[in-house]
Design a binder for this molecule. Structure first.
Ligand code: IMP
Ligand code: MG
Length: 179
């Protein structure tokens, strides 16, 4: 593996992430229906989703998977407050158990919005899994059902998470200094 980039201080290594996702998958597999529909929130959760669904497969789950691309960030690091749909999911969730998967829960606006969409479309039982929880920044009273790591109030990148669309490819998660 390549050395960490000098501007990124590592919080969770690739091995730590793998181990935690395996634990999360066990919790998910015993608590939600094996054929639940997974709605993955792009773009940040692409890597987490890819690893999580493979772990769930190993535990016998057979989810259907779709994606919804939401944005609330501009190019900076502060949430703008309004969530917009850049790409909607197409799978019919009516009467189905749903698991919403996101990279990080911060203000809660994104997850709240996604939950609302799934509710409007008649999902039967909606749960959520986030790899990271920056709980100190919450604005909307919402918690995820499955959480990987609670992170400090730092701007984190890697493993799908970006700063201005950079750093997504890193196999680990780290913090960067932002102006
Ligand atoms: P929320 O709507 O404020 O909860 O923000 C959730 C979304 O903001 C996540 O899905 C991320 O895409 C993005 N986000 C929040 N905090 C960070 C961070 O520290 N690094 C990178 N993206 C973040
Ligand atoms: Mg996101």
């Amino acid at each position: 593996m390549t050395d960490p980039q000098p501007d990124v201080s590592v919080l969770y290594s690739a091995a730590q992430i793998r181990e935690r996702i395996d634990e999360m998958a066990k919790g998910i597999a015993v608590n939600i229906a094996g054929d639940a529909v997974i709605i993955s929130l792009l773009r940040g959760s692409f890597m987490f989703t890819a690893d999580l669904v493979r772990a769930l497969h190993g535990l016998g789950m057979r989810p259907r998977i779709d994606f919804m691309s939401l944005s609330s960030y501009g190019s900076g690091t502060e949430s703008s407050g309004t969530v917009t749909i850049d790409r909607d999911f197409k799978v019919d969730v009516s009467g189905q158990p749903v698991l919403i998967v996101d990279d990080i829960l911060e203000t809660g606006r994104t997850l709240d919005f996604a939950l609302q969409k799934c509710r409007e479309r008649g999902a039967a039982d909606i749960r959520s899994a986030v790899l990271l929880d920056k709980e100190s920044k919450r604005v909307v009273a919402i918690e995820a059902d499955f959480v990987g790591f609670v992170v400090p109030d730092k701007f984190v990148v890697g493993y799908g998470l970006d700063y201005d669309n950079y750093y997504r490819e890193l196999p680990y998660i780290g913090a960067i200094e932002v102006a």
